[in-house]
Design a protein around this ligand. Structure first.
Ligand code: ADP
Ligand code: MG
Length: 308
């Protein structure tokens, strides 16, 4: 290295390079990574090769400095600059750091969770952060069993869960955690806060968006219907929205989860409580047949975490 430096100095001097430029070159050739790199490849790199690679060496030294200082002006944030030999030419390659790879993986995992009108923290829910108190054991066991079986045979039909429990026990959080576990395994989940979705569907009538909005939910790979039965449902929502979604999911054998404050029996009476008497009892029964086909009721108990 000593020799290379001297030799380059000689070349530079002989070409009348000015002092500032020479100083820069000295600094670069003195950089420990550069020295080590030239030493390692000294058989393949002539003085001339190094001289021709000067712009790249300069880039490397500048970018490495910025990289170590986490300077946001670096060419490729999240990538570590490294020297590489490209035939007789030195090149700078940018290698993604572990941190960047982890971040990219996280973004990819999160992108598999399509949360419509759901609280923000739902994407951070994870089975490992759910408390395993007695009231949640059944639900967690059932979720893990579903995930295991679905992962093994995703094309087969698997009964999902209908989580029932009082306000604030963590039903929605459990659904989020299940969606996260599924995302880790590469599956996409759509979570819908049903009362809000129902309101949006009504608005969608006026701008002709009913079809597309309904389709994206209906056809979701895995669907989680949150808070079903939390608010009064019009006949139209019951039959043309919920009914249509469930019919499609049953036909196509697509996994569908629910969460509710009311159990299935109460949901059935609640769905029949519109003004058409007998006809509604039948329609409610038909909806519930689909709900029961798609999911298994599991009770979640515990303290109300919203007060915490
Ligand atoms: P529910 O849907 O049953 O009404 P939530 O799932 O919304 O209840 O939970 C109530 C609150 O408690 C939310 O703010 C949620 O983020 C939080 N929460 C629930 N379970 C957990 C948990 N295991 N760890 C941390 N926070 C939780
Ligand atoms: Mg909820």
């Amino acid at each position: 290295m000593e020799d290379v430096g001297k030799e380059l100095n000689r070349i530079i001097m002989s070409r009348g390079v000015d002092g500032r430029y020479r100083q820069m070159m000295e600094e670069i050739l003195d950089h420990p990574d550069v020295r080590q790199f030239i030493e390692k490849h000294k058989d393949k790199l002539s003085q001339e090769d190094i001289e021709k690679s000067f712009a790249k060496l300069y880039e490397f030294v500048q970018e490495k400095k910025k990289y170590l200082a986490s300077d946001p002006t670096m060419i490729a944030p999240g990538y570590e600059p490294q020297l590489s030999l490209n035939f007789h030419f030195v090149d700078v390659i940018y290698v993604p750091t572990d941190e960047l790879l982890r971040m990219k993986r996280d973004v990819e995992i999160r992108s598999r969770i399509n949360a419509l009108n759901m609280p923000k923290d739902i994407r951070n829910a994870s089975i490992s952060t759910v408390d395993w108190t007695e009231g949640k054991n059944d639900a967690i066991d059932a979720i893990m069993k579903f995930i295991k079986e679905y992962t093994q045979r995703p094309k087969d039909f698997h009964k999902a869960l209908y989580l029932v429990g009082t306000f604030g026990v963590g039903k929605t959080y459990l659904l989020g955690a299940a969606a996260h576990e599924l995302a880790l395994r590469g599956f996409e989940t759509t979570l819908v806060h049903f009362p809000t979705f129902a309101g949006e569907m009504k608005q969608a009538i006026s701008n002709d968006q009913v079809g597309p909005k309904l389709n994206s939910v209906k056809k979701a790979q895995i669907l989680m219907i949150d808070d079903i039965g939390a608010e009064s449902m019009s006949e139209w929502i019951r039959d043309e929205v919920l009914g249509v979604i469930l019919q499609h999911r049953m036909q196509e054998q697509l996994p569908t989860f629910f969460s509710s404050n009311t159990n299935m029996d109460d949901l059935e009476s609640y769905l029949s409580l519109t003004k058409n008497g007998n006809e509604d009892v039948l329609k409610a029964k038909r909806i519930m047949e689909r709900v029961r086909y798609l999911s298994k009721e599991i009770t979640v108990t515990g303290e109300n975490r919203r007060n915490g």
